[in-house]
Design a protein around this ligand. Structure first.
Ligand code: S3P
Length: 425
């Protein structure tokens, strides 16, 4: 797909539902008693993988264009699936469901696409095994396919070496089925959607600084969940609105949970003009409309505890840094190497091809911004966030930017190109 310099962006956009929250709504709704009604559900391929896994375990789920109704089976109501569970491209499905499966009385095997089969699962195998789960990487390489056999689980206090909501959530979900309290402490606080939503379903879950604890065997009750717009998807429009000259856009109903809003804090420190209106809170999740106007940006340093709050936005932040005057340093972001693709290497490679002065470091990158970007031919590596980042880079570059295998945006934002075109008309 080709992109060229854009006319000013204007108008209003409603971003699709948050991916992390949509996954969790299906999972927790399946484990609850009664119905869970989810509005503004994200119809991306990843969340559809979660639906299909729970359907295979006997949960009845109706999906009618953005409204999903889950007829919950209770904590102990899942059935053994007839076949292998396919988690597609979704790390969240794979890791969170593993915590649930570890507590079942039946054996399951799960696997996903080539990317999932190369992503590290040792980070969940280790704590689940400490809890008494029987979980094996079938190719003995610490990756999926995973076989999960019934085990008697007991609570642990897990000191996670990574700030990862997928690891934290996996362990907390296994904790629903364990004897005693389960606690996870992380080196920095990752997104807390599991804690907020499980609490609203009735779980006994407490959070303090970088730790969360859960008690076993709650009765979970079905909920109505209005999913906020995904700030990780909004990030592409925030960047485009800031960088394409003379733009002004309103991005409606965006989730601004403080464990996810690092992009806003970084944009502000780069000098961005972003206003928040209509701030509200529902189900513990804050939302707002964002009004974004094009601004000159300057470089900044991004490191430490802010990293988990903007981990999926680093590719588009790197594009903003290439546009910004001065130097941007990104540190402590080694997790980017084990996302849907090696996002560190690919960002450095692709931005270099566009003429950006950028160097990769062990845990991040250094970007000397402010020079005009040049169009280039760039493969998405089937990574949705790489595809969307370079579609936006193409709007401010000279010449034509070609994103190959651009259709992978289906994972988190099927309507992305249509929405982008609408704002640039
Ligand atoms: C997610 C957590 C993050 C994020 C992913 C979604 C979640 O992964 O990158 O896109 O929904 O819990 P990690 O927990 O591995 O950092």
């Amino acid at each position: 797909m080709n992109f060229t310099k854009s006319a000013p962006l204007s108008g209003t956009i409603h971003i699709p539902g948050d991916k992390s929250i949509s996954h969790r709504a299906v999972m927790f709704g399946s484990l609850a008693l009664g119905d869970t009604k989810v509005t503004n559900f994200l119809e991306g391929a990843d969340c559809l993988s979660t639906i299909s896994c729970f359907q295979k375990m006997g949960v009845s789920i109706e999906n009618q264009q953005g409204e999903v109704i889950i007829h919950g089976k209770g904590l102990h109501g899942l059935n053994k699936p007839d076949s292998i569970l396919d988690t597609g491209n979704s790390g969240t499905t794979t890791r969170l469901i593993s915590g649930i499966l570890a507590g079942q009385t039946f054996e399951t095997t799960l696997t996903g696409d080539a990317s999932i089969q190369s992503r590290p699962m040792g980070r969940i195998i280790t704590p689940l095994s400490q809890m008494g789960a029987h979980i094996t990487s079938l190719h003995d390489n610490g990756c999926a396919p995973l076989r999960i056999q019934p085990g008697t689980l007991h609570g642990i206090h897990y000191q996670s070496p990574v700030a990862s909501a997928q690891v934290k959530s996996c362990v907390l979900l296994a904790g629903l089925y364990a004897q005693g309290t389960t606690t996870v402490t992380e080196p920095a606080l990752s997104r807390n959607h599991t804690e907020l939503m499980l609490r609203s379903f009735g779980a006994q879950i407490t959070s303090k600084e970088n730790s969360a604890s859960i008690e076993p065997n709650p009765v979970l009750n079905g909920q109505d969940i209005a999913v906020p717009g995904d700030i990780s998807s909004a990030a592409y429009f925030i960047a485009a609105g800031l960088m394409v000259p003379n733009s002004e856009i309103r991005i409606c109903n965006v989730g601004i949970n403080p464990t996810r809003d690092g992009i806003l804090r970084v944009a502000k420190s780069m000098g961005a003009d972003i206003k928040l209106e209509n701030e509200t809170t529902a189900g513990g999740e804050q939302t707002a409309d964002l009004i974004v106007r094009s601004t000159a940006l300057c470089g900044c340093t991004i490191e430490g505890s802010i990293i988990p709050t903007l981990i999926d936005e680093i590719p588009i932040i790197a594009v903003m840094a290439a546009y910004a005057d001065g130097t941007t340093i990104i540190k402590d972001a080694q997790e980017l190497k084990v996302k849907e693709s090696n996002r560190l290497d690919i960002m450095v490679h692709h931005l270099s091809l566009m003429g950006v002065d950028i160097e990769g470091t062990e845990d991040g990158m250094i970007i000397h911004g402010g020079k005009t970007l040049h169009g280039a031919v760039l493969d998405s590596h089937l990574d949705h966030r790489i595809a969307m980042s370079f579609a936006i880079a193409g709007l401010i570059a000279d010449g034509t930017t070609t994103v190959e295998r651009a259709e992978c945006v289906d994972i988190s934002y099927p309507e992305f190109y249509k929405d982008l075109e609408r704002l640039s008309r």
